[in-house]
Ligand binder design. Structure first.
Ligand SMILES: Nc1nc2c(c(=O)[nH]1)N[C@H]1C(S)=C(S)[C@@H](COP(=O)(O)OP(=O)(O)OC[C@H]3O[C@@H](n4cnc5c(N)ncnc54)[C@H](O)[C@@H]3O)O[C@H]1N2
Ligand code: MOO
Length: 462
């Protein structure tokens, strides 16, 4: 699939925005450099790999990026022995982005009565016609039948009087001094009449189970008589933000920093079509984290920070304490490699996002997005790929996710892509999936689109 050209009209060398977008320069990333052993050069600290693995065994436990996504997607599907999440009845104005859990059948004929397709006159038989005094407007009760040789003014969408043979458009008729209507074009039988049931008959199958509810589906459902839709329930997510160092307002001071993920995650999750429940700041308090996880009844708990092995990294100990099943414990992806996925109850999961903000975004897209997509029964996102304008250093063993802007038919890597940086992703249209070893300039590279880019459907969820 080709990428949406969200920046058409901009030249790839249009550098007035370069400062803001911080495009990768050749001096920073000029394609994969190979070591004698055949591995790409590990990126320096500015490329997001300041730290080694958490422990010597970690690399062996870590899951490949694509396998991690598959595991997350599988975790969201009902197990063979489990009941599917019960469908819910959702008012139309809350159903956007859900998936139909029952086929949509018409509750009425469409149109539900013979309708005028144009403003003009309803006429009976051949002209000229006598014009009735009172016209017919849309939204009114059935008008009186026409006699042969009679016409009546009619509006688009109004009910057709019985015995009408055609509708004459206002621009195709004129009335003479005696008040008779003459056609200025040939009139064919039935012209500009939309007959009842032209689009569908009551009971007719309009859309299958599994259809994504788009704005157009909402419109069709309303037209076909629906006030509510039977849909797969919207997954519910609780967000737990860990870290004593986080401020919720003002400037950083005294070693404290602003919480970037509290503001970032809930709207991003909503853009993925989920309902965000609680957003709790639980500090670095192991008991508070345990209480918050144990007390959540959301389908998914997302934690931020505390995934590594520092003295106040409480996510792993908490998962052990509640007897969770670790499905993914570390992923071969940069940034974000300490991310994890655990099953914490029969129908409940936890995604642990690393605290570094871009690493958290990486975890969101790698683990939370596929899981939530499966929970919501939404089909896989279409994948797309573009050649990279510049080369990107690779990690020797791990996939890299690198923010890019789309310019014409190329993806331009952005420079500020370190794990603690949001400057690149905030300007980005997509994340490039850079394979281990790196990517050369011009290399076709898979892209993960961001939900709000190019007016994607997800933009409507927010
Ligand atoms: N010895 C090792 N240390 C670290 C490793 C490692 O492999 N061995 N991995 C590093 C990597 S990679 C990452 S990513 C982080 C993951 O750490 P945690 O998930 O435990 O996160 P924290 O330590 O709590 O925070 C990391 C960093 O991010 C800042 N942070 C946290 N939350 C937020 C927030 N909501 N908004 C903005 N910034 C946040 C926090 O202050 C830290 O600077 O571990 C490395 N260490
Ligand atoms: O540095 Mo860490 O790769 O996960 O952000």
């Amino acid at each position: 699939m080709t990428a949406p050209d969200v920046r058409s009209g901009h030249d790839a060398d249009d550098f007035d925005v370069e400062e803001v977008l911080a495009l990768v320069k050749d001096s920073r990333a000029s394609g994969s450099r190979r070591t004698p052993a055949g591995h790409g050069t590990a990126p320096g600290p500015e490329h997001g790999d300041a730290h080694g693995p958490r422990d010597p065994g970690h690399r062996h436990r870590a899951t490949s990026w694509s396998e991690a996504r598959s595991i997350a997607a599988r975790a969201g599907r009902p197990r063979a022995d489990a009941v599917r999440r019960n469908p819910v009845s959702v008012p139309l104005d809350a159903a956007l982005g859900l998936v139909l859990a029952a086929p949509l059948a018409a509750l009425t004929d469409l149109p539900s009565f013979d309708t005028s397709a144009m403003d003009g006159w309803a006429v009976a038989g051949p002209g000229p016609w006598d014009v009735r005094g009172t016209g017919v407007l849309a939204g009114h009760a059935a008008p009186e039948a026409l006699a042969d040789g009679e016409a009546v003014r009619i509006a688009t969408g109004a009910r057709i009087p019985a015995d009408t043979t055609a509708v004459l458009r206002s621009e195709h008729g004129r009335t003479d001094d005696a008040g008779h209507l003459h056609a200025t074009r040939d009139v064919t039988h039935g012209q500009d009449i939309r007959p009842r049931g032209q689009e569908c008959r009551s009971g007719e199958h309009l859309l299958p189970l599994g259809t994504l509810v788009t704005p157009a589906v909402l419109g069709l459902a309303a037209a076909a008589g629906y006030d509510t839709l039977t849909a797969v329930p919207r997954p519910r997510v609780d967000v737990l933000v860990l870290g004593d160092e986080l401020l919720t307002e003002g400037l950083p001071h005294d070693g404290l920093i602003r919480d970037a993920l509290g503001p970032l995650l809930p709207p991003w999750l909503r853009a993925l079509g989920v309902e965000v429940g609680a957003v709790h700041r639980v500090g670095d308090d192991a008991d508070a984290l345990h209480r918050a996880v144990a007390g959540s009844d959301a389908d998914l708990v997302v934690t931020t920070g505390g995934t590594a092995a520092g003295p106040v990294d409480h996510v792993h100990p908490t998962l052990r304490r509640i007897g969770a099943d670790l499905l993914v414990d570390g992923v071969k992806v940069r940034p974000g490699h300490p991310m994890l996925l655990a099953q914490i109850a029969d129908d409940q999961h936890l995604v642990g996002l690393p605290g570094n903000p871009l690493a958290a975004v990486s975890g969101l897209l790698t683990l939370a997005e596929p899981l939530l997509r499966s929970l919501a029964d939404r089909p896989s996102a279409p994948t797309f790929a573009l050649p990279l304008k510049d080369g990107v250093h690779g990690h020797p063993y791990d996939t890299r996710l690198v923010p890019v802007v789309l310019r014409g038919d190329r993806a331009v890597p952005l420079h500020y892509n370190g794990p603690a940086m949001l400057r690149g992703i905030a300007a980005a249209d997509a994340l490039a999936v850079v394979p281990p070893g790196g990517a050369r300039p011009g290399q076709e590279t898979e892209l993960l689109g961001l939900p709000w880019v190019a007016g994607g459907i997800s933009a409507c969820f927010a």
